[in-house]
Each structure stands twice: as C-alpha cells, then as structure tokens.
Design a binder for this molecule. Structure first.
Ligand code: G1P
Length: 292
C-alpha cells in the first residue's frame, strides 16, 4: 500500500537573532532571496511534492507570514486594473486555499522537536513532512519530491542528507551509518550537533524530513538535549528499532539561509538562474571581481 504524504509542518517560530536588526519587527522567514520570501520557497517545494495541507508553527511577530499566504483583494484589483498580469499571477500564486493551511503557536522557544510536537493534533496519525525554511535548494527535482519518490521503497523516517566537512558537524544532525548504498543510507543512529571528534560520520541532515507518527509519540517524552532544547533529532533517534531511518543523498544544492554567507550566496545563485537578471548580474559580478 502506498502511503501518501499529505501534510507538511513549517516551524517558523524562531526569533531570527542572527539577522537583527532586519528581523526586529519582521519574521526571518520573510527575508527575500531575489524577490520571494524564504518561506515561499519551502511552501512551493512542498506543493511540488504533492503536499495538500500546510501547517505553520508560529510565534510572536509572525502575522506577516499569514498575510503573505492569504488573498489581497485590493492589491489584486489594482494590478488587474493596471493590466499588470505577470505581477497579478505572482501575487495570486502565493495564496493558499482556505482550509488547507493551519497555524498553531509555539509559546516558548523550546527547540525544533518541541515546535513539531506543537503540531501533533493537526498532523494526526499519519506520516508527514517537515521543512525548515532556513534551508532552500536549487534542484532539478525539488528536494522533498525526491524524498517522497523514494519513500515508498523505504518507509519509516527519511531525512535529506549531504556530506559536510567534519569540522562543521556541530551545526547539524549527523547520521551513524549502518549501510551506504550511494543514494540511500540506512542509519543506525543520529546525533544532534556533535563536536567534530565525536561525529559518527560526515553525513549531515539538511532541513527536510519525512517522519513517521512514531516520532510524535517520542516527542511526548523527549527531554532537553543539545543547546538545552527539545531536539527533533533525539526523537528520531529514539524510534530507530521501531521504524527504519534512511538518509537520502538528494541531487542539487542546499543554501543555509540561516547564515549571512549562505543567504547572500543564495541571492546571487538564484538570481543567476533567472533569465531576466542573469545577464546584467554577471556583468556586475565581473566588475566586482576585477576590483577585488
Ligand atoms: C536543525 C536541526 C539539525 C539539522 C539542521 C539543518 O538545526 O536541528 O539536525 O541538521 O537544522 O539545517 P538548526 O540549523 O535549526 O540549528
């Protein structure tokens, strides 16, 4: 029986302190890469993977996200009146259907595991996706779609993975490998943010997950872990033995927009993929390089 992944959770309650003062009054998920907010990249990726219900775990100062995915009839009628069809299409495209989007709050910043746990009643008893909007991808086939396609053959928990230099292990969930068949890696463990000398491998989790409801049961009892937060990684680790954990080496490139360098690089690389911007931007980049 093929189980469809219908629901996706977007944890968006973080304070975004790394981007202050930009994020003093604006959610970090609304920072733009070229002309789209980070959160929209994640939502479009979920749509491309067949997700039908979008669950946002929000907090204070996040109402702009709700407005962004809602219709704006005044703006739309002005764009329509002025014959700005392209813009009208772009504005309409980011309106999610009523009833297909839910918001719940994480009232305390207790970590990613706690954020996902806050969505438990909305998820129910079925496998679901989690997308961390800090991570965006340039892939021929969207990252979550690659995972959804692989899911029927592996089931359980599936995480998107990439190989990292071992000195970066403290930023990621790291897999302990059972066997590695190239594209798919069966894991016998997963550790959150180990120091390089404790890292069980160089296979790191990027911010895309397909999770079994078993993880929610574990989150009911998961204690604080790394950074004194309730970690999603620890709940996933606790389900190994009950459900398999598989890492999928996705094809494509990830940008960590939670860091300034990742965010700036994403802006340049995404713009270089845009036919309306690439030519002029290349000229500017050449000029800059000659001045370095
Ligand atoms: C989170 C997860 C970590 C994962 C990372 C990917 O960490 O806890 O396991 O590898 O996202 O971006 P964060 O970046 O929120 O500290």
């Amino acid at each position: 029986m093929t189980v469809r992944i219908r629901k996706a959770v977007f944890p968006v309650a973080g304070l975004g302190t790394r981007f202050l003062p930009a994020t003093k009054a604006m959610p970090k998920e609304m920072l733009t890469v070229v002309d789209k907010p980070l959160i929209q990249y994640a939502v479009e990726e979920a749509q491309a993977a067949g997700i039908e219900h979008f669950i946002f775990v929000t907090g204070h100062n996040k109402t702009t996200i709700e407005d962004h995915f809602d219709a704006n009839t005044i703006l739309e009628s002005i764009l329509d009146r002025d014959g700005k069809d392209e813009l009208l299409r772009a504005v309409r495209e980011c309106t999610l259907d009523s009833g297909k989007i839910s918001y719940t709050r994480q009232s305390e910043p207790k970590g990613l595991g706690h954020a996902v746990w806050c969505a438990r009643d909305l998820i129910g008893d079925e496998p679901f996706a989690v997308l961390l909007p800090d991570d965006i991808f340039l892939c021929k086939t969207p990252c979550l779609k690659q995972m959804v396609d692989a899911y029927p053959s592996v089931g359980g928990n599936v995480v998107a993975v990439q190989e990292i230099p071992v000195e970066h292990s403290w930023r990621y969930g790291i897999l302990k490998i059972k066997n590695d068949s190239g594209k798919l890696i069966r894991a016998k463990g997963i550790v959150e943010k180990p120091a390089p000398d404790k890292a069980p491998s160089r296979i790191a989790v990027s911010g895309r997950y397909i999770l079994s409801p078993e993880v929610l049961k574990e989150l009911d009892k998961t204690e604080r872990g790394a950074k004194n937060e309730i970690q999603l990684t620890d709940a996933i680790a606790a389900t190994i033995g009950k459900v398999p954990l598989t890492g999928l080496r996705y094809e494509g490139r990830r940008f960590d927009c939670g860091t300034k360098i990742g965010f700036l690089t994403a802006n340049i690389e995404f713009a270089l993929h845009r036919p309306d911007l690439a030519g002029e931007l290349k000229k500017e980049l050449k000029r800059l390089q000659s001045e370095l």
